[in-house]
Design a protein around this ligand. Structure first.
Ligand code: GLU
Length: 204
């Protein structure tokens, strides 16, 4: 992992909700300090973050994640600004600037929007601003329903031609099924690129 990191110039880091909420935020302080170190070593870092819904749940004192999509979307709208405030505070310690980027899967499928996103992200990176990317949950529900932003992170990694994508999560790795819902889900230790394509096309 260290070798991969040292070889890579442009890195996409996906941070899951469980990481953001861990140890009362102290894990996030450590992660942001390490990201700052990467930036000081002349690397470019883009963050794909979850956590808007969980921050919204905290604001509204809701202990159990609701199932209703509209409720989840409104909690995301509520929590997104607290999430951004957290990143702004954590990176201001190192006088780093952050920018909020909210996108949907459809935006990436549309050629003009794709180019707009790419142009904006490149411009932010040139100006040494850290893009903090989340799904625009108010207009799209793909990640709320299926992804926890893992798919969004891989789309962004492709879009900016990243050298490395890191997923920070409380899961042990990639499973053949969703381990939260299926008890027989198996951990995949190694996956070849051809198998990954089959997996993504649903024939794994
Ligand atoms: N966009 C969602 C959020 O920021 C991530 C997916 C999820 O947790 O459902 O909360």
């Amino acid at each position: 992992m260290r070798t991969e990191l040292s070889k890579s110039k442009r890195i996409v880091i996906k941070i899951g909700s469980s990481i953001i909420d861990a140890n009362n935020g102290s894990l996030m302080s450590r992660i942001c300090s390490q990201i700052n170190q990467c930036l000081s070593n002349n690397k470019e870092v883009l963050i794909v973050t979850s956590g808007a819904i969980s921050q919204g749940m905290k604001i509204m004192n809701i202990p159990q994640r609701p199932k209703d999509t509209k409720k989840l979307q409104s909690l995301a709208a509520l929590g997104q600004q607290r999430l951004m405030l957290m990143y702004e505070k954590l990176f201001s310690v190192y006088t780093r600037r952050t920018a909020q980027v909210l996108i949907t899967h459809n935006d990436v499928d549309d050629r003009v929007r794709y180019l707009n996103i790419k142009g904006t992200l490149e411009e932010l990176l040139i100006n040494k601003v850290i893009p903090i990317i989340n799904e625009n949950d108010v207009v799209s529900t793909e990640e709320i329903k299926f992804g926890d932003n893992d798919n969004l992170a891989s789309m962004i990694a492709n879009l900016v031609s990243a050298d490395l994508m890191i997923i920070l999560t409380d899961q042990k790795g990639m499973y053949d099924k969703n381990p939260d819902h299926c008890k027989d889900a198996k951990l995949i230790n190694k996956i070849l690129i051809d198998e990954l394509n089959d997996f993504l096309l649903g024939s794994f």
